[in-house]
Design a protein around this ligand. Structure first.
Ligand code: KG4
Ligand code: ZN
Length: 339
């Protein structure tokens, strides 16, 4: 089954063709970084306009790179939410029009379920049930996922998402957008033990997260010690050390929680997905700690961690196998929140 996946929930316009939820024929992502970076974050109206300009080009490229004609597609999977409604509507509109014109099924996909399916793209089969940590710009949550595509929410953030914490701290330190990648890169030259930031582990046994206190601690640090010195210049502290110490506090909590979840629910397989799962230090610590705790780690390739359409096509294929396709595809609407 050849499924065209379409993703436009935030600031990437993406299309991909995936066979049977596993074999990637093409994978196209058009990033909007250059458009949003002067504003220090995603501007929803600009995102929608960029999606309008890019969507048909990106879909066409996905077909060309796969050397397929649109008439060879078996179904179209598209992100329905959660995300920016104006942005989602562009992908959804294109998907509906194509599905209608080609007379093929449309599958509406939950973006977070998409992220989870990135874990299935590796060679290693996932043992079920498994604990899954989803860490993106809008979400930080832990799920217990069983064999039939059902997930039980084990814990989630009580305030900021992990990616949001990276983005807000990057903005505070003048590192621009997108913040996570900038911090990841700079932290490699810093000392992660230079400063001690709080790790909110919450009450005993809790699988919830909280990152807003950590963000406030970084702001307090900057108020006390002054704005970060220019790179290479002497100052009260090194920016590299500050970001490495902040990153370590985030990563430390994420790793502890996924291990705590696996132990509490006695599972041997764990997966970590979403944009923050591309973080170099998080990947390094996850590999070390899961090995030490005899857990089997599933970590998608970095390009399948951040937003892409391969994961949407894969999730769409599995949803289709499980529950069939939308009966009335033209009635599907975009949703900003979707639990
Ligand atoms: O999954 P994603 O691409 O989009 C959402 O669904 O939100 O995640 C984007 C988030 C952003 O907050 C971004 O700063 C963060 O993931 N991110 C990273 C890295 N790459 C992306 N955070 C830390 N380190 C990275 N390398
Ligand atoms: Zn995402």
């Amino acid at each position: 089954m050849l499924v065209l996946g379409i993703e436009t929930s935030c600031d990437e316009t993406a299309a991909a063709i995936v066979e049977d939820g596993k074999t990637v024929w093409s994978d196209v992502v058009a990033s909007q970084i250059a458009v949003h970076s002067p504003y220090g974050g995603v501007v929803p109206e600009l995102a929608s306009r960029q999606h309008v300009q890019a969507i048909l080009v990106v879909i066409q490229q996905a077909l060309e790179r796969a050397r397929l004609s649109r008439h060879q597609l078996d179904a179209i999977a598209v992100t329905r939410g959660p995300g920016l409604v104006g942005a989602l509507l562009v992908g959804l509109g294109a998907a509906k029009a194509m599905a209608y014109a080609l007379g093929i099924p449309l599958i509406a996909v939950n973006h977070l379920e998409g992220h989870m399916h990135a874990a299935f793209m590796g060679r290693d089969p996932l043992g079920r049930p498994f604990a899954c940590l989803v860490v993106s710009g809008g979400h930080s949550a832990l799920y217990l996922v069983d064999g039939e595509g059902r997930g039980e929410l084990l814990g989630c953030t009580r305030d900021d998402a992990a990616g949001e914490a990276f983005d807000k701290v990057a903005k505070l330190l003048g590192l621009g957008y997108p913040g996570g990648v900038a911090i990841d890169r700079l932290a490699r030259q810093g000392n992660r033990r230079a400063f001690s930031f709080p790790r909110a582990l919450m009450e005993k046994g809790s699988l919830d997260f909280s990152f807003s206190g950590l963000k406030t601690s970084v702001a307090t640090f900057v108020r006390k010690h002054g704005p970060p010195p220019e790179r290479g210049q002497a100052g009260a502290y090194r920016l590299e050390d500050l970001v490495a110490s902040f990153q370590e506090a985030v990563v430390d909590v994420l790793v502890k929680k996924i291990i705590r979840a696996a132990q509490a629910r006695q599972v041997t397989d764990v997966a970590v997905v979403g944009g923050v799962a591309a973080n170099g230090r998080l990947r390094e610590l996850l590999i070390e700690e899961t090995a030490g705790n005899r857990l089997h780690l599933h970590l998608p390739e970095p390009r399948y961690c951040t937003d892409n359409a391969v994961m949407i096509a894969a999730a769409g294929y599995h949803a289709w196998k499980r529950q069939g396709f939308c009966q009335d595809p033209l009635e599907v609407d975009a949703v900003s929140r979707w639990t």
